[in-house]
Unconditional design. Structure first.
Length: 452
């Protein structure tokens, strides 16, 4: 399997924000002051808002606070239009329906009627078939799916909106907002987003070649400087785009970086991601203790405020693993790993690094700077001499020796990818931090092959 070479962005490149075009769902937002008819009160003026397939009715015309009522339209039965009376009625599964009165404004009536009909007909099962489970996590389950119209494979992430813990519900809602807004070649593409009153369904492109962890574990010849160069350029390009959109991923690690069928590196899993809009002058505005122990930055371990530099540090840890096959900060417990991170000492043992160029070592060391202000931004990292000096090579991408994939092992790895807890102390990925290298994972894969 080949990792593609992507061009190095120009120092003057700007990362444009493109709203992703969803395949079947319509992220329409309409707001209007309309008459809302009820049997008890007759017609009363209300502020009515249609957003992401949900209809909100507010008490005051100028009130966008807590709504009086909400209706998830994909769970409604039908929308009917009465042009003589200038009304649109929504028949719900309960006996109580909703009637909107438009005061003979035909154009407004037609606009809302069309949007409401689209929202009512927008059901996951209409467009996608849910197949076997790929992975099970703390608050999400990932299924393989099929596009009913094209037959293409997709991945469908299903998240409950009725979590027992309020924090988890916030993560679900936050992830829904972020995946709707990002579009970049090095970020897993969101094809559609469906919502019901109880669940969120995120339909994504199917990543045939699994995670970077799978790739590294496929053989020792995959852990080298050439492959890391290709990974670094694409990963940093995706991170630069996220940061230009004021999004901090907060969980950069090999399990959350996927490979497409043609070997393109893509960032996935925005369950811990957070927007930092409106705080450009203060990039250290987050404080939640989140992430995976071995990839946590010193400021997170110190429970200090942090921001975009945490993604750069996580990228640095990933680059270290990609070149050496071991973690820079190790220990038998999370506490020992944290102590190692807090010391901020990064070493490059000859046994693992003797074939790595000085430029590459300096690049990794720059990403792993203890002080956040000393780390480069993603755009600055893309201008590092190691990346720039190798940017015009025309050699063919490295084609590592193929390896046999065990389906059960692949499902297990996919499950680990989504099986995260929202606190750093309980993350399941710590098992990998204990050994400090990929050797144990490779041994497991060899045992799986022999079992076949």
């Amino acid at each position: 399997m080949v990792i593609q070479i992507s061009p190095i962005p120009s120092p003057h490149t700007t990362h444009k924000r493109h709203q992703p075009v969803l395949k079947y769902t319509h992220d329409e937002t309409l707001i209007a002051s309309l008459g809302v008819k009820s049997k008890l009160f007759g017609v009363r003026r209300r502020l009515v808002r249609l957003e992401r397939g949900i209809l909100y009715i507010h008490a005051q015309e100028d009130d966008c606070g807590e709504p009086l009522a909400t209706t998830t339209l994909c769970e409604a039965q039908a929308v009917s239009v009465n042009h003589p009376k200038a009304t649109v009625s929504i028949r719900t599964t309960s006996k109580v329906g909703i009637t909107l009165v438009f005061k003979h404004d035909v154009s407004l009536l037609n606009l809302w009627a069309s949007a409401l009909k689209r929202a009512v007909s927008c059901k996951l099962d209409t467009y996608y078939k849910l197949c076997g489970k790929i992975g099970q996590g703390h608050y999400a389950t990932v299924y393989e799916g099929v596009d009913r119209n094209t037959g293409d494979k997709v991945a469908i992430k299903v998240m409950s909106k009725k979590q027992k813990e309020l924090k988890l519900t916030q993560y679900v809602n936050r992830e829904a907002e972020i995946v709707r807004s990002v579009s970049h070649p090095n970020i897993v593409r969101t094809l559609d987003v469906f919502e019901t009153s109880s669940h969120l369904y995120v339909v994504m492109e199917y990543m045939t070649n699994g995670t970077l962890l799978d790739f590294f574990a496929g053989g020792k010849n995959r852990v080298n400087e050439k492959n890391t160069l290709r990974i670094a350029r694409q990963l940093l390009s995706g991170i630069a785009y996220l940061h230009s959109s004021d999004i901090v991923h907060r969980d950069i690690k090999p399990e959350n970086i996927l490979l497409s069928a043609d070997g393109v590196v893509k960032i996935a899993d925005f369950g811990l991601a957070r927007r930092v809009d409106g705080v450009a002058s203060d990039q250290y505005c987050l404080s939640s203790i989140l992430g995976t122990p071995a990839y946590c930055s010193p400021e997170v371990v110190a429970r200090a405020q942090y921001g975009k530099p945490v993604d750069i540090f996580g990228c640095g840890v990933l680059m270290y693993v990609a070149m050496s096959g071991m973690l820079p900060f190790r220990g038998d417990t999370p506490e020992q790993v944290f102590r190692s991170i807090s010391k901020g000492v990064v070493t490059f043992p000859d046994a693992r690094w003797d074939l790595v160029s000085p430029h590459a070592k300096r690049f990794v060391a720059s990403l792993l700077q203890h002080r956040p202000s000393n780390r480069p931004t993603a755009v600055e990292a893309l201008r590092h001499p190691w990346l720039v000096s190798n940017g015009d090579r025309t050699e063919r991408p490295v084609s590592p020796t193929p390896f046999v994939r065990n389906t059960s092992a692949r499902v297990a790895h996919a499950a680990k990818n989504y099986n995260r807890m929202p606190t750093v102390n309980s993350t399941p990925s710590f098992r990998r931090a204990q050994s400090g290298s990929l050797d144990q994972l490779r041994r497991e894969k060899r045992e799986n092959r022999r079992a076949l």
